[in-house]
Design a binder for this molecule. Sequence first.
Ligand code: ADP
Length: 640
Amino acid sequence: MTDSVNDSAPGAASGAVERPFQADVARLLDLVVHSIYSDRDIFLRELISNAADACEKLRFETATGQVAGSGAPFRILIEADKQGRTLSVEDNGVGMSREDLEQALGVIANSGTRAFMEKLEGAGDKGPAESLIGRFGIGFYSSFIVADHVDVYSRRAGQSEGWKWSSDGKSSYSIEASDNCPPVGARVVLHLKSDADAYLDVSSLQRIVGEHSAGIPVPISVREAGGEEQTASEGAALWARPRSEIAAEQYAEFYRTISGQFDEPALTIHWRAEGRHEFDALAFIPGSRPFDLFNPERKGRSRLYVRRVLVSTDADLLPPWLRFVTLVVDSADVPLNVSRELVQKSPVLGAIRKAVVGRVIQELAKLAESDSEKFGAVWTNFGAVLKEGLYEEPERRDALFGFARFTTSTHGAGDRTLKQYVADLRPNQTAIYYLNGVDAAGLAASPHLEGFRARGIEVLLLSDPVDAFWVSSAVGFDGKPFRSVTQGQADISQVPLADGAVAPERPELDAMAATTIAKMKEMLGERVSDVRVSDRLADSPACLVASEVAPDRTLARILASAGRLDASMRPVLEINLGHSLVKALLALDKGDDRADFEEASGLLVDLAQLAEGEAPENGPEVARRLSKWLARGLGNSAGA
Ligand code: ADP
């Protein structure tokens, strides 16, 4: 029986030590147990997946001479004990030392978990929480879906002591020395809840293994306590089997096993490369966004095997802009080395990586051609990540441009390609125009688009943060340069008006107005670098644009917030001479009292900022001035 004591003597080797879970874990446990009802079976898949990983880790350590192998074949054994009401999953893999048990099962330290927890708690009601938890690998803790108490008996390969970890999954766990461990490996014993009897039935267990874990490269057998072992899975690695023998559902289950996701893959790519380098590869594009997709680490999910020996579960086989792809590569050509780092540096891997990236892109292009709707879902989930490739890997740019999709000022559905854009260019239109900003809905209403609309010119509306970067570094598409509608002169006067469009009123700029505009520029001082008459406005009084030599306004804002650009990079104020507000403003420039003219000119800049969705620098002051002018205007209309 466990003799729990306080952890006052960390060196005490044999007494059971009781420790609280790290706060995150206690919360996670609670959520796991209370949020998953729909498919309780998945706990078994998670335990089998851990057991298989442990076998593969030991396979690697023996193959590289780090520990002596026993020669016994790797296997996973599932045993149901009806009398004791326990279900155990045992492997002869690498096992866990006392420290491993503490670290692996007592702490979840990664930031992904924390971010996930926050999202979950923010989600509030059950629906979204359940779907969120479904996208997250909950691993070992899923045991508590069916068990109210779990014991783990484990002995690390190469060590003589064995340990028992024990917990009710609520707030704490204990660890003590144990003689009841497998010679090497781990046995996870679940004390089943009263409503989990189904997991004591051998044929049910057979079925669950067949459904969820068939592609695992370690054989799995099942038995009743004291009974005969029955094979539940042969342990043939899925990726090494002929495609014709694999059903879609087997692929999907295998994907869920290795990705920790619970969804259906949107695209499965399985191939064998022959020629200079031989390898088997299996790649999955997920059907939904992994929870850590936008974590700053931008980590991928690639498994590298060398002749069935697992070398790494996060191999560097995909660039960050394909980090959402779940990938398995099994190579016959990479030398198996004692150090995983050295294996990963093998030049063969560089060639494999290139081939894999090429293949994934090629399959995406094919899907875009053959099933636009399905591809559309992939693009909605991962377009923002794929576009990072436009910036980071210029040699892949043309391929990515081939299927990239956009929302534009004339096609709001987000499925417009550059090829379509170029095919519909207006007469005399020489560039591909874009507007970028943070808020997709706000972009469509931007005053910068008015003149383009009047001429029927389509404008790409770019609202992902990465857009500002690739669009400023890409040369163009099909010989047409990309041009920001918020930068420089609009130069669209050569493009004819669209059918039915009325030319905006453009009064002549007389000498008086020119002088007034010059004064305005002087008064606005630091706020703008120039004031000029606009070609691009129709209904709005004014807008701000970047000068020819400065970066696009959105890029400038991003650079300034990252401290990479002088924040005072000043914009140009463009004014619409046909607008009544501007007419009235220019008329204010009379006599000696300049205060009104100055204040109203400042407000025009504030209004232009507001129209871009940007907050003016001094909100309360702007509000005070606006109320003053509004009161004056309303007073005039009431008095009239
Ligand atoms: P994950 O598998 O996603 O890392 P888990 O919670 O399932 O998360 O497991 C945490 C860690 O516990 C594993 O990474 C592994 O180091 C260790 N572990 C779990 N099960 C076993 C096992 N059967 N043998 C050896 N180590 C294990």
